[in-house]
Design a protein around this ligand. Sequence first.
Ligand code: NDP
Length: 254
Amino acid sequence: MSSANLTDAGLSGGVALVTGGSRGIGRAIVEVLAAAGMSVTFTYLENAAAAMEVVEANKQFKITAEPLDVRNAGGCSELVEKLVEREGKVDLLVNNAGVIRDNPLTILEEEDVRLVLETNVTGAFNITRAVAPHMIAARAGRIVNISSVAGEKGGRGQTNYAASKGALNAFTRSLAVELAPRGITVNAVAPGVIETEMSREVRERAPEAVLSRILLRRIGQPADIAHAVWFLASRYAGYITGEILHVDGGFKME
Ligand code: NDP
């Protein structure tokens, strides 16, 4: 590859689907991919005002917002069929939608366990099962799952969340094996502590303790994750599959 090609990531004209793009990390992913020239459809659960704000703030780009609960398999299929009808293909799927409900195991409510596993794991299954046949038919595609350092590193009060992200890592590796013969790569990005609504409580409760565990001594920004997704979606990452890329400022090593 000549260095002249380094300005073209190969994303322009591509079609991306991002789950949970109304806020936080998902929003940054939507904005980066759209700025790279992709037509981006993102989903949200219930926060329609935030979703519309993302579309409004990025009017110069091709961005569409769709309500979807990723726990609903039928809804996932319908959305993907509608998207393919409109765009003709899906080049990139980003499984970003996720929730957290931390508590020590003995006081975890059954609903906290179910909600986290059904959103973070079953949700990824539902939307990926709807998208994969289209990528298989095209013999091309990229899938990027947003995992977490919690998938590999133990954390107090995080049994449900850690189990969901550990499952997502295992899902990533096995799906990479299955889809490699069809020209599709499957990878994950595992964020550390990123400045979003999801991490607000832990950042506010013990800011110094959190920072002291991050080698680079700063909280991550949603754009830090979005740029890693951009890389894995780009033509520069065509030889990477089944990888869990930690973007955590060195958190997992502390
Ligand atoms: P936020 O809570 O800021 O945003 C969550 C997004 O997911 C929103 O768009 C929300 O929609 C959507 N969502 C939630 N439940 C569902 C559902 N059932 N169906 C469809 N969409 C849903 O989270 P973050 O941006 O912080 O996190 C994004 C991802 O990154 C998650 O997978 C999370 O586990 C992971 N992560 C985050 C870290 C952090 O420090 N922030 C660290 C490690 C991993 P709505 O706006 O409508 O509610």
